[in-house]
Write a protein that binds this ligand. Structure first.
Ligand code: ADP
Ligand code: MG
Length: 215
């Protein structure tokens, strides 16, 4: 599948499914080092996103229109830290995807914009056991895949793989941002829920793009 507006909608719908499937697991991760609401927060948000997508009278024209709808919906329906963080990520990503179809460099720009949104909103950097630890390697992997000539779909797959590794790599980290930081050293030995959900949504992006010729 080309990374066009149909793909963007498929991505969002798949994200909603995956979040619903993993909501207990995400909330369980959050119970370990936070307040146990991350899965339910995101599930509420993406359920609303799909409802709004279904209710649109005029179909979205470009990839960025879909991402903007995700951003505004998450900001208004997801409480806690993750709503504004993901909302800002999707909003920044929407700004660089006012396009009919994403090529490899547009995928890089989209992932980088998402990362920048989270960093700006959360005032976070790598190594603090947050979703930044999934998005930062994802952006780097996307960049290097594109630089070595990979097509858009492969670039997305590289980002998803790196986000998954990044999420696993949060296990031993001590949290210094967000609710988990209240635990100090006791936050080590648990996966960051936001990094885990970030990996799920980037995997959903790659999965829905898969099967096409990565030209
Ligand atoms: P809350 O912590 O308000 O209950 P959620 O449980 O929905 O919100 O989301 C928690 C996730 O948000 C964390 O796992 C972490 O990835 C992310 N997070 C929290 N604070 C920050 C921050 N300052 N910068 C980046 N990410 C953060
Ligand atoms: Mg929470």
């Amino acid at each position: 599948m080309g990374l066009d507006v149909a793909w963007a909608q498929a991505w969002v719908r798949r994200t909603a499914e995956v979040v619903a499937e993993h909501r207990l697991e995400l909330s369980e991760l959050d119970r370990q080092i936070g307040d146990g609401d991350h899965g339910e927060n995101l599930n509420r948000g993406f359920t609303a996103v799909v409802q709004r997508l279904d209710a649109l009278e005029t179909p979205p024209a470009q990839v960025g229109d879909v991402l903007k709808l995700v951003a505004t919906t998450l900001m208004s329906t997801v409480g806690g830290a993750a709503g504004p963080l993901y909302g800002t990520a999707y909003l920044r990503a929407a700004k660089v995807t006012g396009l009919d179809e994403l090529d490899a460099s547009a995928v890089v720009a989209m992932v980088e914009a998402g990362l920048e949104g989270i960093v700006a909103r959360g005032k976070a950097t790598t190594g603090e056991k947050t979703m930044v630890d999934a998005w930062s390697p994802a952006a780097a992997a996307a960049q290097s895949a594109a630089a070595s000539g990979a097509g858009a779909v492969e670039v997305l797959a590289a980002a998803a793989g790196a986000a998954e590794e990044g999420a696993v790599a949060t296990d031993p980290m001590v949290a210094t941002k967000g609710r988990a930081s209240y635990l100090g050293e006791r936050s080590a030995g648990h996966r960051d829920p936001g990094a885990a959900s970030s990996a799920l949504l980037l995997r959903a992006a790659a999965e829905t793009a898969g099967g096409s010729d990565p030209a």
